[in-house]
Write a protein that binds this ligand. Structure first.
Ligand code: AR6
Length: 542
């Protein structure tokens, strides 16, 4: 094959894996219960649950306070109910839920009524437009019938199994703390079934002062009540498909959610970094998508409120990833909004759906059978790294020292998850990333790709960059990387150049600016040439 026939540039993927196989890299830290790793299932002596039978839930008692998820089945979850005499009394909310779900639910109206029976405050607000549209207009009658006759009764069973399946309290992954939670896929399906039925208490309040104001939404009512655009219906199809799958065959794996927070004084001093960019293996591909980059850490172009618009109108990279791998959505139950120096790594999620299109053309297509192998803790070897770029109202706003430093730190915090700070060599597996922050958030790929090259170099994490069909961008990134590497440019020097560029040059010509810098630098330093290079910069700036 000639080079032009390949869809990629740079080094082959084997250098990003660290081996010939996508699964040759070392595993992530194993699931071992500790003060900062809550494991909600019983870890067998082998460390690895058998894949054909889900692990037993860890026993424990409900805790109803600010540090733990307030569970729908808690005895302390009470709800005002009006009795026959018009008097309002507090009743255990779980009993109302059990009662509502004990009746048959045969259509979307009955489903909506059940949900409203324990969310009475929203009776006049929640219209379930998208839900009705899905089952009454979008799906074939047969598909709807199958859902209400076969899948929904199983989802109901999952909802009601909550007190049995989750006994130990689920801690909240709060800001400023590195902490992990591991759950079985069965436990996650039970929690998601509860989200599907909107049972989580205190999670519907939209006031800024509400208890969970700094957490994402988790109850699915937002999705049901949206206008019912095509992509919303397709997202709902993905979710229904997920429930069909997990109720037909219980998945046997486990998933870890790890929040990583790095204190400000432990972040790199970017302008002083002496690590050469040439030490970084870089692979740039225009044809693959991140979720298909098996064996690599796959970046989620996240919102600081995880999931972004997944329960709303959003349908770009993060939302699509969350609906084809719905286990990711349970992070929204317990992960507080990410701070600039924080990231979330999710290890072990499974993919259930195939899709086509993007944004408003997004479609669920069919079932996806995930053949990702399991690690020694029983997690699928799929790592999704949620890092949130900043949204930019203007290009000028992005080209600013503080913003660039913020993005570098954010990427580095995520990329150094599970790495050994002392190790000299590269950290495998590499990362699969792309136009992070450059779609909905309005960033610039030429800048963001260099930021990620710097963060990967600093984290010693090999980088595969997926340009989402953009061939020109692929070649631009490969070329500028080669040039910088050939000149042995360090992370610190590149940082200083970029800051200089943002201060002086016209935005939109970053690569040209860097090329000129390198040219100037390599010219012999005679006084005449010094003057000439200043003149050339002068003309460049014109
Ligand atoms: N693989 C590779 N590249 C992709 C893929 C994919 N699967 N999907 C998209 N891209 P965007 P952001 C490319 O807009 O700007 C969400 O609502 C494509 O070029 O999802 O960081 C979050 O919740 C696309 O334009 O990420 C946040 O609120 C670019 O990546 C917000 O969007 C950026 O994708 C984040 O916005």
């Amino acid at each position: 094959r000639t080079m032009s026939e390949y869809t990629w540039r740079g080094v082959p993927l084997s250098e990003i894996y660290g081996s010939q196989s996508p699964w040759g890299a070392p595993e992530f830290p194993l699931v071992i219960p500790s003060y900062n790793h809550t494991v909600l299932y019983h870890v067998p002596n082998t460390g690895r649950p058998a894949q054909d039978s889900p692990p037993k839930p860890k026993s424990g008692n409900d805790v109803w306070n600010h540090d733990f998820v307030r569970m729908p089945c808690s005895n302390q979850s009470l709800y005002p109910v009006e009795d026959r005499n018009g008097e309002t009394k507090l009743k255990k909310r779980w009993e109302i839920i059990e009662q509502a779900l004990s009746k048959p639910i045969c259509n979307s109206q009955q489903l909506a009524d059940a949900i409203l029976s324990y969310n009475t405050k929203f009776k006049s607000l929640w219209k379930f437009k998208a839900l009705h549209k899905l089952f009454n207009e979008c799906l074939e009658q047969e598909e709807s019938d199958y859902f209400f006759n076969v899948t929904l009764p199983e989802i109901v069973k999952l909802v009601l199994a909550l007190p049995k399946l989750i006994q130990a309290p689920i801690p909240l992954l709060k800001q400023h703390k590195s902490k992990s939670i591991s759950l079985s896929q069965l436990q996650i399906s039970c929690l998601l079934a509860n989200a599907f039925f909107c049972t989580f208490p205190r999670r519907n309040n939209t006031k800024k002062t509400s208890e969970y104001a700094s957490y994402p939404f988790i109850n699915f009512n937002r999705l049901y009540n949206s206008s019912g655009s095509d992509s919303t219906l397709e997202k709902l199809k993905c979710i229904c498909h997920y429930f069909r799958r997990v109720t037909m065959k219980v998945p046997g794996g486990v998933v870890t959610f790890s929040r990583r927070a790095v204190p400000q004084d432990s972040l790199p001093l970017w302008r002083a970094s002496e690590i050469s960019i040439s030490s970084l293996p870089v692979h740039v591909d225009s044809a693959t998508t991140i979720e298909d980059a098996h064996g690599l850490i796959q970046v989620d172009f996240a919102n600081k409120f995880l999931g972004g618009g997944v329960l709303n109108f959003g349908c770009v990279q993060e939302e699509i990833r969350f609906v084809i791998c719905p286990e990711l959505m349970i992070s929204m139950l317990f992960t507080e909004m990410l701070k600039p120096n924080e990231a979330l790594m999710i290890i072990g999620c499974e993919r259930y759906s195939n899709y086509s299109g993007y944004g408003s053309s997004f479609h669920w297509t069919n079932d996806y059978s995930d053949s990702t192998p399991f690690d020694s803790s029983g997690r699928r070897r799929c790592a999704v790294l949620a890092i949130d770029a900043l949204p930019y109202a203007s290009v000028r706003h992005e080209h600013n020292r503080d913003m660039i430093t913020r993005e570098l730190n954010k990427a580095w915090v995520g990329l150094t998850y599970g790495t050994d700070a002392k190790s000299e060599g590269l950290n495998y597996p590499g990362v699969a990333t792309g136009n992070w922050g450059c779609g909905a958030f309005g960033g610039t790929p030429h800048l963001k790709s260099l930021i990620q090259i710097m963060a990967c170099t600093q984290a010693k994490r090999p980088m595969a960059y997926y340009t989402f069909s953009d061939i020109e961008l692929r070649d631009d990134i490969a070329n500028i990387y080669n040039l910088l590497a050939r000149h042995n440019i360090t992370v610190g020097k590149l940082y200083r150049y970029i800051i200089e560029y943002t201060a002086d040059a016209r935005i939109g010509q970053l690569h040209a600016f860097l090329q000129q810098k390198l040219l100037d630098e390599n010219k012999p330093k005679s006084p005449v040439i010094e003057v000439m290079s200043s003149v050339s910069i002068f003309f460049y700036l014109l």
